[in-house]
Design a protein around this ligand. Structure first.
Ligand SMILES: Cc1cc2nc3c(=O)[nH]c(=O)nc-3n(C[C@H](O)[C@H](O)[C@H](O)COP(=O)(O)O)c2cc1C
Length: 354
């Protein structure tokens, strides 16, 4: 028996195994529109046996894109190509998920492989919005401090995006509240210096994320799952930390979040992150136990035995894979082989199965 290939159910959705593709920006869209790169890229990971694919950060508004190459869902017209991708993913037995995102003060940057630096207006950049007018890097343009009506618009944009995601057929909708993007910026006292009801105390800093999650849960049916990706810590003195993250997750669970995807960091460029194999797994473990909510572990999980041990030790419910799945789309099929667990391969590939 293998824990990795044990099916897992949340509400009415059953995942065929515990291996999930982590959201990873491809910076290959134009005006938010998906294309055949996305179809083949996500399609290959579905063919390779992932139980769930969480599509890359997909912007809820044009100004919420990290770069001009980000996927978006801020136009009705975006739905068509996304539906095609979802349909192919589902045909392979994989659940299709989408990460909905607003990049906040980290928006309007160049593509990652062009250095990822902030773009000036002349270079095609745009106005950035944040809880407070504090830049991510000292040499960057200051973001605009959001008014309460800007905040209300973000909540509404998340809900409209969730409606469109449902129409496209996604069954898992993940809110991106990690890595120093807008919702994380509200959580952290380092980036949120507001003096109104969205800043200051813990209750005020978590308010926006809880309002977004509550509103989105109402948009979703029982057959659709709500995941939330958080940074469990800023890895910085005076920043957001794991104890606050646990308290937040208790509230997210109460308002109907189905799983917490436990990442970390990204809020400030000088954070000291102790990178190493499975360096974020303990967050998934603590949140799972102390907030009593299902979790996914992510970050430098790179081999089948390591992934199996995380589940066997009860540290997470799902194992979320990033870069290893860029290197090997067939990681789940290969992991099954390593763990001597027989899984179905696509019929088209069955003559290659030893
Ligand atoms: C190319 C690339 C793009 C990424 N884009 C996103 C993203 O869109 N949303 C997100 O939450 N994390 C993003 N991440 C972080 C990954 O989802 C993952 O959390 C991180 O790479 C750690 O997992 P790994 O060690 O298995 O790669 C990205 C990472 C990479 C390498």
């Amino acid at each position: 028996m293998s824990f990795l290939f044990e099916p897992f159910s949340l509400n009415s959705i059953t995942f065929r195994n515990r291996l999930v593709m982590s959201p990873m920006c491809q910076y290959t869209a134009q005006d938010g529109f998906a294309n055949n790169w996305h179809l083949v890229h996500y399609g290959s990971r579905a063919v390779g046996g992932a139980a769930l694919i969480i599509q890359e950060a997909t912007a809820i508004s044009p100004e919420g894109r990290i770069s001009p190459g980000d996927l978006g869902i801020y136009k009705v017209e975006h739905i068509q190509k996304l539906s095609e991708i979802v349909e192919f993913i589902k045909q392979q037995g994989t659940i299709a998920g989408i990460q909905l995102a607003h990049a906040g003060r980290k928006a309007g940057c160049n593509l990652a492989w062009k250095g990822g630096k902030q773009l000036s207006t002349e270079e095609g950049g745009w106005t950035r919005y944040a809880p407070s007018s504090i830049a991510f890097q000292p040499d960057e343009e200051l973001p605009v401090e959001m008014t309460v009506s800007d905040i209300q618009k973000v909540i509404s944009d998340f809900c409209i995006a969730a409606e469109r995601a449902k129409k496209a057929g996604y069954q898992v909708i993940e809110i991106h509240a990690a890595h120093g993007y807008l919702l994380h910026e509200f959580l952290s006292p380092l980036s949120n210096h507001r003096t109104d009801s969205y800043g200051g105390s813990f209750e005020n800093r978590v308010r926006l994320l809880l309002e977004v999650a509550t509103a989105m849960r109402k948009v979703l049916n029982d057959g659709e799952l709500l995941f939330v990706r958080i940074s469990a810590t800023d890895w910085a003195e005076g920043g957001w930390d794991v104890n606050e993250a646990i308290d937040l997750c208790k509230q997210l669970k109460m308002i109907g979040a189905d799983l917490i995807d436990c990442s970390s960091g990204g809020l400030i460029p000088t954070a000291r992150i102790p990178l190493g194999p499975g360096y974020q797994v303990d967050f998934a473990d603590r949140i799972r136990i102390e907030a009593n909510v299902p979790t996914g572990a992510v970050g430098l999980i790179t081999n089948a035995a390591q992934a199996e041990a995380i589940l066997m030790e009860g540290k997470a419910d799902l194992v979320i894979l990033g870069r290893v799945l860029l290197r090997d789309p067939y990681f789940p099929m290969n992991a099954a082989g390593k763990l001597e667990h027989d899984i179905d391969w696509p019929l088209q590939y069955s003559r290659a199965k030893q």
